[in-house]
Design a protein around this ligand. Structure first.
Ligand code: NAP
Ligand code: MG
Length: 502
């Protein structure tokens, strides 16, 4: 039996095959648990449980207010156990304990609270008034899709689980969640909170296991109505293909290569802090990281000097230590990817300004193969290191001469997820923000996301939006009900067109 099990129809269970897989603490390389390895048959069972709970169970039939109370209970349980959950999250995924305590756990709890407010306040039925063909009127109903599957990555496992489960169940859907194989443990804690809040069996199901089998089943199963995926653009394409067999609703949150534009009139002190935070937070393993810093040539030398000097002061160490700014990456394999890109950058002729290797002075007991130094290149936007998502601590700095050129470079990307503009002139900053083809722009800030405002991508960064009322409505079908408001058929031109005496 594994230490961590699947949750299907309200029951914790091993995988049908009995197989498990290990999960590690990347900071030390130590194994921390054996996790049930779901196969296709487990995914099918979970989907069937979710289908039954949707078709026959009380959840979709409860009022928004009743569901909201349950979601608020989940949030309260998470907040009550926040220290314990933060520790599980940080240990399994390698993010700092600071990140888990201040971002992941409270972020997930407030996601449940925000969607509780949607369930309570967003109207389910809207009277659209008289139709152009009187006597008639139109009513628009918002209804849950049915069974939703949620597939999430390893960089914010607990938060992403909340972004999938929260809106789905708030709107009256049922859900099957699959966390990434590197980081299964915190999703189990979220499901325990759902169970403790007395949400009916089958409404939330959890399967842990490989994307290539269990994940694919969730994307293609005919009883699934909607697939919500966060992860790489490559797997996002595959999800769309799989979902197309039964024409499912799909929302995708994918990769990015976001531009952080520093104008000549920026507060350089603030902008330098913001560019470093925008890139190196969580070692660059953030989809909307500002991994391309576009810097005005007028302030270029001074600004780049500030970046390099400050990058050297970032504290790398044990991620469970509150004093560490950065811990390991999620696994040594992610360091290998980063190293490959650094070599590629050097081969392409990019100029290495700092970093470019593993740290050599880590405290004893840490697994050196999972760590990498914050790395800054001066690059050209056409280089692969400036075009492809690395998902490691690598920043490309690119000079520009005019605002128009900055926009051109910013938009010269297959992605469009995040972005920043740094300027003391807000009119100028907002005009730049309006020209950037991307789903979020921060002005004199970075990485700030709230569950009440929309988040998502342009271009190959995704389809649809998460969070806020926009995200909530991605989990609701739209039904138009047309009503004849007359008591007889006189004056109905369309009936008369067929026959004078139907
Ligand atoms: P990934 O390889 O795309 O995996 C994401 C999830 O999909 C995991 O649960 C994975 O399971 C599963 N999966 C893999 N292959 C699958 C398949 N064929 N069918 C169904 N599911 C499959 O991404 P990752 O490496 O975990 O995460 C890093 C990427 O995610 C980055 O590119 C990043 O930009 C993107 N990301 C985007 C956002 C956003 O909001 N836009 C947020 C976070 C991350 P296994 O773990 O078992 O392989
Ligand atoms: Mg792990």
């Amino acid at each position: 039996m594994g230490d961590a099990q699947l949750f299907i129809d309200g029951v914790w269970a091993d995988a049908q095959s009995g197989e498990t897989f290990p999960t590690y603490a990347p900071s030390t390389g130590e194994k921390i648990a054996d996790v049930a390895k779901a196969g296709r048959e487990d995914a099918q069972r979970a989907v069937q449980a979710a289908r039954k709970a949707f078709d026959d169970g009380p959840w979709p039939r409860m009022s928004g207010k009743e569901r909201a109370e349950k979601l608020r209970a989940v949030a309260a349980i998470i907040n009550g156990r926040s220290a314990e959950i933060a520790e599980i999250e940080a240990r399994d995924g390698g993010g700092t304990i600071k990140k888990a305590m201040f971002a992941d756990v409270p972020g997930a709890a407030s996601t449940f609270e925000a969607f509780a407010n949607c369930a309570e306040n967003e109207p389910d039925v809207v009277d659209r008034g008289e139709s152009p063909f009187p006597p008639a009127k139109s009513i628009v109903r918002r209804e849950p899709f049915g069974v939703c599957s949620g597939i999430v990555p390893w960089n914010f496992p607990f938060l992403m689980a909340g972004w999938k489960i929260g809106p789905a169940i708030a709107a009256g859907n049922t859900v099957v969640l699959k966390p990434a194989s590197f980081t299964s443990l915190s999703a189990i804690e979220m499901v325990k909170a759902v169970q403790e809040a007395d949400i009916p069996p089958g409404v939330v199901n959890l399967i842990t296991g490989p994307g290539g089998s269990a994940g694919e089943e969730l994307a293609q199963h005919p009883l699934v109505d909607k697939v919500a995926f966060t992860g790489s653009t490559e797997v996002g394409r595959r999800i769309m293909q799989l979902a197309s067999g039964t024409v499912k609703k799909v929302t995708l949150e994918l990769g990015g290569k976001s531009a952080n534009i520093v104008l000549d009139d920026a507060d350089l002190d603030l902008a330098a802090a913001g560019v470093l935070w925008g890139t190196f937070f969580h070692n660059g393993q953030v989809c909307e990281s500002g991994t391309r810093a576009l810097v005005s040539r007028k302030i270029y030398d001074e600004f780049v000097g500030m970046l390099v000097e400050r990058a050297g002061k970032i504290v790398i160490g044990d991620n469970m230590d509150m004093n560490s700014d950065l811990g390991p990456l999620v696994a040594p394999s992610q360091v290998d990817t980063t190293e490959r890109y650094v070599k590629l950058g050097l081969d392409e002729g990019a100029k290495l300004l700092c970093g470019g290797s593993k740290p050599t002075n880590l405290p004893a007991g840490l697994d050196q193969s999972a760590y990498y130094l914050p790395t800054i290149f001066e690059a050209d936007n056409s280089m692969k290191i400036a075009q492809e998502e690395i998902f490691g601590p690598v920043l490309c700095v690119i000079p520009f001469d005019s605002d128009d050129e900055a926009i051109k470079i910013a938009n010269d990307s297959i992605y469009g997820l995040g972005g920043g503009v740094w300027s003391k002139n807000l009119d100028r900053a907002h005009s730049m923000a309006a020209s950037m083809r991307t789903g979020t722009v921060w002005v004199n800030d970075y990485h700030m996301i709230t569950p009440t405002q929309p988040f998502g991508g342009y271009k190959q960064s995704g389809i649809g939006r998460e969070l806020g009322d926009y995200g909530y409505n991605e989990y609701r079908q739209i039904k138009h009900v047309w009503q004849n408001t007359a008591t007889d058929r006189s004056g109905y031109l369309h009936f008369a067109a067929l026959s004078g005496n139907i």
